[in-house]
Structure formats: C-alpha cells, structure tokens
Write a protein that binds this ligand. Structure first.
Ligand code: NDP
Length: 262
C-alpha cells in the first residue's frame, strides 16, 4: 500500500510565515517531515517556527525542536534565493519536497497598471518559482527523487477583471509546472500544481471584508463558502507523499467546485 506519511522527509515551503504556506508547513510537520519555513520577515518566521516546534514536540515527544527551521530570503532575488538553497542543502541535506507558495496580489485595471506592479507580481510567483525550483532541482536530479508543488490558483484557469498580473502569473506557473515535469520527470522528480479557490487569508483581506464580494463567492462556489487554509493541507500532503508518486505535471484544483461549474 502507498503511504501518506512524510516521516524522514525534509520540506522547504516558500512564503510560509503565515497563510496557506504556514498551514502546509504545519501539515507536513505533523505528518512527520522536518520543515524549513521561508519569507522576508525574520521576526514573523521566528515566531511561527517557535510555535510550530512547540506544537510538534507536544504532539510527539520523540520529535525535536530542530525539526522546524526557517530561512529568510526574498524569492525575487535570484542570488539570495540560490545562496539560501545552498545553505539549506549544506546544513540539512537536499529537501525532498519544495512548495513554491510565496505570493502577492496587486489588483487594478490593466490600463492604469504601473509596469512595476505588473513586474512585481510576475517576479514573485513566476521568477520565484523558477529560481527556487531550479536551485533545488540541481540537487534533486542527481539523487533521482524530489517533489515540487507549485501553488497555482483558480486564476490559472478562470480570470476576474482587475487581476491581470496575478492571472498571468498563475497561468504561467501552471505552464512552468508542466515544463519542469517535461524536463525533470525522467530523472524521478514529480512536479505538480495545487490550485486553491478563494481562501480566507491576508491576501484576500479586503475581499473577505466586502459583503458584496463575499456574497458572490458563496453563490459562485458550489461548496457555498470561502475556502480555509486547512482545506489545502490534505491535498498538499497527498501530493508530497509516496501515495502520489505517479501523479506528475498536473494542476489539482482545491476550490469547492468553483472551476467545475459555470
Ligand atoms: P498571504 O498573503 O497570507 O501570504 C503570502 C506569503 O508569501 C507570506 O508568507 C509572505 O511572506 C510570502 N511572500 C510574499 N512575497 C515574498 C517574497 N518576495 N519572498 C518570500 N516570501 C514572500 O497569502 P496566501 O497564504 O493567501 O497565499 C499563499 C499562496 O497561495 C500564494 O502563492 C497565493 O497566490 C496562493 N493562492 C492564494 C489564494 C487565496 O485565496 N488566498 C487562492 C489561490 C492561490 P512575508 O510577507 O512575510 O515575506
């Protein structure tokens, strides 16, 4: 039987001081993995890592606080990202699992969209995924194993007005997922996309607070509600586990049915 355990695995989750990334890192840690959190805010990462270490040691006294680490770097800075990945590999070994999760959203009409905002969104999602993915793949490929999960979005398939850079980045990330699969699957690497629907996090704070938008979400989603960060965790564990070893190059939607219906 394939198993869902992540015992003995090491996972790097980018953008995991809060939100979906932190929920996935927590799920991985509770499933047995050692995890490395990442973000740009060192004090937030320190707090999140300390709380998570405490939780996993309480959950299983056989675990150690050192099973949760953090690495501060900006995924849009290729040199810093490469350096940090090399430091992680040197200190802890090559991660078995990489989740490219770091993300930002900048909304506005296309005609008024500053080029810097456009570039910023593409840089975080797309260049960040490419840079960190490439840095770790260089170690995963000779070893012949590794799981890369790119956090896509319902906007990899469906688009709303005023979210052009985000939709372009997430659609591009789905393409990058397939391109990484094409190049790296023959060497034993699985690369998949996980595409959440609308999840209640800081990224969507203004939308959650807007009763008109929230009403639209509950009507537009067959599941009838906003997603919660916990909704993404089970599918993320499955994709990272041996149970999904033959799943490759796919984008899996976790959206309460939103992309299934019109
Ligand atoms: P949050 O805003 O809650 O968290 C975003 C995370 O990304 C933070 O931890 C932030 O860390 C990190 N981050 C942002 N920029 C960088 C950077 N340049 N380098 C490193 N880390 C960075 O968002 P969510 O948890 O909602 O989103 C997580 C992912 O899920 C994103 O890719 C998002 O696009 C995707 N997603 C979200 C959905 C939703 O509805 N919420 C739906 C579909 C996909 P810090 O600022 O501390 O550096």
């Amino acid at each position: 039987m394939p198993t869902f355990t992540l015992a003995g695995r090491l996972a790097l989750v980018t953008g995991s001081g809060r939100g979906i990334g932190l929920a996935i890192a927590r799920g991985y840690a509770l499933a047995g993995a050692r995890v490395v959190l990442n973000g740009r805010d060192a004090s937030r990462l320190e707090r999140s890592a300390a709380a998570l270490s405490e939780e996993i040691v309480a959950h299983d006294p056989g675990r150690s606080a050192g099973d949760v680490r953090f690495s501060v770097f900006d995924v849009t800075d290729p040199d810093a990202a490469e350096r940090a990945c090399e430091e992680i590999v040197a200190a802890h070994g090559c991660p078995d699992i990489l989740v490219n999760n770091a993300g930002v959203q900048i909304r506005g009409p296309l005609t008024g969209m500053p080029v810097d905002d456009w570039k910023r969104v593409l840089d975080v999602h797309l260049t960040g995924g490419f840079t960190v993915g490439r840095a770790l793949a260089r170690h995963m490929l000779p070893r012949g194993s590794g799981k890369i999960i790119n956090i896509c979005s319902v906007q990899s398939r469906l688009v709303r007005a005023t979210t052009a850079p985000y939709a372009a980045a997430k659609t591009g990330l789905a393409g990058l997922t397939r391109a990484m699969c094409a190049e790296w699957a023959p060497s034993g690497i699985q690369v998949n996309g996980l595409a959440p629907g609308y999840i209640d996090t800081d990224l969507n704070a203004s939308l959650v607070a807007d009763p008109e938008f929230s009403g639209w979400i509950t009507k537009r989603t067959p599941g009838g509600r906003w997603g919660r960060v916990e909704d993404v965790v089970g599918p993320a564990i499955w994709l990272a586990s041996p149970a999904a070893d033959f799943v490759n190059g796919q984008v899996i939607y976790v959206d309460g049915g939103m992309t299934a219906v019109i």
